[in-house]
Ligand binder design. Sequence first.
Ligand SMILES: NC(=O)c1ccc[n+]([C@@H]2O[C@H](COP(=O)([O-])OP(=O)(O)OC[C@H]3O[C@@H](n4cnc5c(N)ncnc54)[C@H](OP(=O)(O)O)[C@@H]3O)[C@@H](O)[C@H]2O)c1
Length: 290
Amino acid sequence: MTNSDSNRPALPPSRPNRENQTTPSTPAATKTTGKPWVLITGASSGFGEEFARQYAAKGHALVLVARRRERLQALAEALHQQHGTEVVVEPVDLSDLAAVTQLHERLRTRQIEIDILINNAGHGLQGSFADTPLADALAMVQLDIASLTAVTHVFAQDMRQRRRGRILLVASMLAYQGVEKFAVYAAAKAYVLRLGEALHRELKRDGITVTTLCSGMSDTGFATSAKQKLTPLLKLLMMKPAPVVKTGIRALQSGRMSVVPGFANKFLVVFMWATPRWLHQAIMAQAMNG
Ligand SMILES: NC(=O)c1ccc[n+]([C@@H]2O[C@H](COP(=O)([O-])OP(=O)(O)OC[C@H]3O[C@@H](n4cnc5c(N)ncnc54)[C@H](OP(=O)(O)O)[C@@H]3O)[C@@H](O)[C@H]2O)c1
């Protein structure tokens, strides 16, 4: 299935790709720092780009995955120049599940062992369920659920063989309840949170930690691509990507099951636990839709 987000440029389907490159003047897959490789999906903007910046600053070698090749390449060059870090650019449409296995195969052939997986690519859509074209809803399910599951599966198998690895799944605060006009997105993120919680226990015995990041509204390209209008409350709650990502990395490093960044978001989660469903659903619907 291909992505139907009309705000994104039409991109060719992924294919085995000889043009995927490391940054200039560095031989392929010869990481110099000794720090584990980090693969980041959705690295061309928002949280993914910020994850790349923060991991590069820590000296990690990176594999950057998203559809927009030029943005990935510009980021790779900037990070290489700034930190001297090895960066492999992988322009892949993750909605194509065959492309996920091809990506995995390419990295395996190049002997790139992914020890940290940031499963972040995703998009949302605001609108009434019945008015949203089915193709758009299914494209979201494909990327936010099927692709995330496939990426986690292929790299978790390698990690299990090496008996080490860390996986971060990016969910959302909307994972905690159904939300009017975000029905499919909230349900998809609930899947991500539940998957993460189960894998946290299941993969622990294989030496792999799984952490789920439940971010609230943040200042990325997300709202635009989800065609989301920003209510005054959302503007108030809006976080910058840097602290969200920092919180995610810290939680991943300490092997936590899940984390909610920001004081206001934490407060909201406690509020949801403490109140009946009908009440916090109504409040969340108001906060998200105005
Ligand atoms: N920002 C928020 O308020 C917020 C809140 C809670 C959760 N989240 C979650 O955070 C994650 C990152 O979103 P963001 O806020 O950083 O938004 P963003 O700036 O729109 O980034 C989304 C990333 O996903 C990539 N992507 C989209 N479709 C793809 C595809 N088919 N194949 C490969 N990559 C694809 C995009 O790259 P290309 O277009 O180049 O492919 C982009 O790099 C998402 O999972 C989102 O649900 C965001």
